[in-house]
Design a protein around this ligand. Structure first.
Ligand code: PHE
Length: 341
């Protein structure tokens, strides 16, 4: 074979291969064309390589150069065609008319939703948020709040004692004292946070649970302010709900009252959610005891105030009709998804 024939043959292989690759309608046809031209055993490019041996010595460089050009070009045409076929294939498989799949990005916990809504209502009334430590001293948790040593009220507040003087706070009320020590009246704060008690973990109790405390202290504050503010809150949060105040006892408030809201599920007729009473207890409240003001260094002759403490988990349970408080602690996405906004 002389050089001229070789170059003609090389040009033919190149032309036919490019045409075959470009015309291949799918991956299988392209693969057949690849074997025919670039195949290791009987491919036409391989044959072209073999015929180099028959070229005269002085023509070899020119023939070899042309051979390399053809092989390189065909490899790149082949791979370009393969990637364009891949693209077509995946576009054909994907049904572009299907609605996009919604991504689950997580959502706020029901108790967080309740807390944020409560905060929003009180924020409009001029309350700000205050926080305090979960590990407290006995003085803040009990002493400053007018719990006499060995008083029976302590029974309801059994907790974990830490080494030294500390304990896990049994309510958010110690933050009342910390706030009164830090800021001068007028004070209006909302205090969300965890509280801890030695309770069994059952359908309506948890040993660690959220509370929201409210505190309002100024000159001339009376029980009228307490009632009207809490009634306004109930109206905003529960809709046009009826409330009732029942006398109660807390060492740090006097007088003290529990507030009930008419059960939104049965409308007051009695159902399992309200244990047949028609009412749901949502918070404890009262006028801040003068000893608490004095313990925090506030003049109790000049200032008066009211406070409340509520359990947002209890409220979430009645709002969302959740049968067992422990569900709130399970972090089961299937449950959280149902309440997520
Ligand atoms: N700290 C009380 C409790 O945990 C609730 C409360 C707060 C009552 C403020 C009155 C005033 O039970």
């Amino acid at each position: 074979m002389d050089l001229q024939q070789y170059l003609t043959e090389a040009a033919a292989v190149e032309r036919e291969a490019v045409a075959a690759f470009d015309a291949a309608p799918d991956a299988a046809a392209l693969e057949a064309a690849r074997i025919a031209f670039l195949g290791d055993r009987q491919g036409r490019v391989k044959a072209l390589q073999e015929s180099l041996k028959a070229i005269a010595k002085e023509d070899k460089p020119a023939a070899g150069k042309r051979f390399n050009e053809v092989r390189t070009r065909l490899e790149s045409v082949h791979s370009a065609r393969r990637s364009s076929l891949d693209h077509v294939t995946s576009a054909a498989v994907a049904d572009l008319t299907l609605p996009a799949r919604r991504q689950w990005r997580g959502a706020k916990h029901p108790v967080t939703l309740v807390i944020e809504e409560i905060e929003g209502i009180f924020r409009e009334l001029g309350f700000t948020i205050a926080l305090g430590p979960d590990a407290e001293t006995e003085w803040y948790n009990f002493g400053a709040l007018n719990f006499p040593p060995n008083h029976p009220a302590l029974d309801a507040h059994d907790t974990l004692y830490l080494e030294g003087e500390g304990l896990l706070r049994t309510h958010t009320s110690p933050v009342q004292v910390r706030t009164l020590q830090t800021y001068a009246p007028p004070i209006r704060v909302l205090i969300p946070g965890y509280a801890y008690r030695r309770d069994f973990f059952d359908a309506s109790h948890a040993p660690a649970f959220m509370q929201i405390e409210g505190l309002c202290v100024d000159e001339g504050i009376s029980f009228v302010d307490l009632k009207s503010t809490l009634n306004l809150f109930a109206e905003r949060f529960f809709g046009a709900a009826r409330t009732r105040f029942r006398p109660s006892f807390f060492p740090f408030t006097e007088p003290s009252a529990e507030m009930d809201v008419q059960c939104g599920i049965c409308g007051g007729g009695g159902c399992p959610a309200c244990k047949g009473t028609g009412w749901i207890e949502i918070l404890g409240s009262g006028m801040v005891h003068p000893s608490v003001l004095e313990a925090a260094g506030v003049d109790s002759e000049r200032y008066t105030g009211w406070a409340f403490g509520m359990g947002p988990a209890r409220i979430a349970i009645s709002r969302y009709g959740i049968p067992d408080i422990r569900i709130l602690y399970d972090s089961d996405v299937r449950f959280l998804e149902q309440i997520a906004e």
